[in-house]
Every structure is written in C-alpha cells, then in structure tokens.
Design a protein around this ligand. Structure first.
Ligand SMILES: C[S@@+](CC[C@H](N)C(=O)[O-])C[C@H]1O[C@@H](n2cnc3c(N)ncnc32)[C@H](O)[C@@H]1O
Length: 248
C-alpha cells in the first residue's frame, strides 16, 4: 500500500520549477513522508489518506487516470467515489454534468462494478468547444470526442452518454430520481441551470459534488450556488480539494 502520494500538479505559481523545488524542500523537512500528499494545490502531511488504502479505488484509478491532471486530482476523484458509493444505499440514478473525456465517471464505474448495478449513469457534455460558452476549450474537445467517450463505456450498457448543451439536453435522456450528482462544467450559468432543473429529482441523503466551488478562479460558480442553495435552506461545505459538497 502506498503511504504517500506526490504529484507536481499545481496552479497559480509564478515559476513552476522554483515552486516545485520548494515543495520538494518542504517534504525533505518532514520527519517522515508517510501520510503526505502534494498536488492539486494541496500540501498536507501526517494524514491517513484513506483512499490510498482502498485497493479497488486505486486499481480503478491506476487503470484510467492517464494525464498529469487526471493523476493529480486523485483526492477529488476519491471524493466522487465516496459520494457514488454513498448513493448505493439510496434509490436513484447517477448524473454527471459534464463528463468531458469521461475519466472520473469511468473510475467510478470500475470502482462500483457499475455494469452489475440496476441503475443508470447519465453523462452529459458538449464534447466540442462552443465559443459562445464562458468555459475555455479543453485539449480533447472536437468532432470525435462524443464517439470516443461512448466507446469508453461500451462495456457498461447502463451508461447513457448524451451530447448537447445541458440542461436543454436533458430532454433527450434524463432520470426521474437521482442518488448522485456531479456538477463540473466550468460554466456558472449552465451549472446554476442544471441544479435548478435536477434538484427536485435528487433523493434525500444524496450527495451533490460541485467541482469548482472552492476555486477562486471559478468564484462565479460559488456565488451562484451559494445564493441558490441558501434560498432553499442548504449550505455548501467547501472541501480542501476545492469541491463543494451538499447532502440533500
Ligand atoms: C472540466 S470538464 C469536465 C471534466 C469531467 N467532469 C471529469 O471529471 O473528467 C468541463 C466540461 O463541461 C462541458 N460543458 C460546459 N458547459 C456545458 C453545457 N452547458 N452543457 C454540456 N456540457 C458543458 C465542457 O464541454 C467540458 O467538457
């Protein structure tokens, strides 16, 4: 079992090489690196890092996290895996807005053996960049991405991948009851609109994970979600990973 995990994925430094040298120096100043984690703008030490001991999660992660970003956001993905596992004691389907390459959803599918479950995982995305949208182009956006993502879930007949702008695309396919919702669109108006469209279908006890909630760069998302949830009597927990967590 791994006792620590060190990634060089950080955002916002002035000089990457000098920043990473200083992170290395910090690690060298520890009595022990057991329990230390670096990456995704987190530097922690002397923690249990329970996800490293979850063999099924780590096997799913190792199988599907390929890029520096995918590998570096492991703690965020462990939060998703926890929320999805929590959903198994509730009725309802899984939803991700939006899935991009489908990496985190694929990790969750392997982790839970999703093909064997009597539930559906609904994945939504534009799959191509739309300059009219406020979010930035991502490297794999393009004509072929929709087909590539569908192929990635070929062995999961209960994963439904839908192309188009959410929430309008929910008219093509969407669940009646939801036990797990991951919102990760880098797009404040669209995120607010999908929450508005889906909230009543989310079952009590289900976790909603808001990927961008704690990141200062995406402050517009925090402002939109704080106001919306507060008006309904909910408050959002900001996690050290940068995610927001709401339990309905
Ligand atoms: C950060 S990526 C999602 C990453 C993915 N959740 C994961 O864990 O690997 C954000 C995605 O949101 C999509 N997106 C933004 N606005 C959208 C909208 N209105 N409808 C559908 N997808 C949208 C973008 O196309 C982009 O692929």
């Amino acid at each position: 079992m791994r006792s620590h995990l060190h990634s060089a994925l950080f955002f916002g430094y002035r000089d990457e090489a000098s920043f990473i040298d200083k992170v290395r120096a910090l690690l060298l100043a520890l009595k022990s690196t057991a329990g230390s984690f670096t990456g995704d703008n987190l530097i922690t030490f002397d923690k249990n890092l329970s996800f490293l001991a979850d063999e099924k999660f780590m096997a799913s992660y190792d199988a599907h996290a390929a890029t520096k970003i995918e590998k570096g956001i492991i703690w965020r993905t462990a939060v998703l895996a926890w929320a999805a596992k929590n959903a198994l004691r509730l009725p309802g389907d899984f939803v991700e807005c939006a899935c991009y390459k489908g990496t985190s959803a694929r990790i969750v599918c392997d982790y839970l053996g999703f093909a064997q479950l009597d539930r559906t995982y609904y994945l939504y995305d534009l799959f191509d960049h739309d300059p009219a949208m406020p979010h930035h182009r991502m490297t794999e956006h393009g004509e072929g991405l929709f087909e590539t993502v569908k192929a990635r879930f070929e062995e999961f007949p209960n994963v439904v991948v839908t192309r188009g702008a959410a929430p309008a695309s929910f008219a093509k396919a969407s669940p009646g009851a939801i036990s797990f919702l991951h919102v990760d669109m880098n797009n404040a108006p669209a995120e607010a609109a999908v929450i508005e469209a889906l909230f009543d279908r989310i079952v009590p006890g289900a976790a909603i994970i808001l990927d961008d909630y704690g990141w200062r760069y995406y402050r517009a998302q925090k402002q939109a979600h704080d106001a919306w949830f507060a008006a309904r009597g909910y408050s959002i927990l900001e996690l050290p990973t940068g995610q927001g967590l709401v339990i309905k």
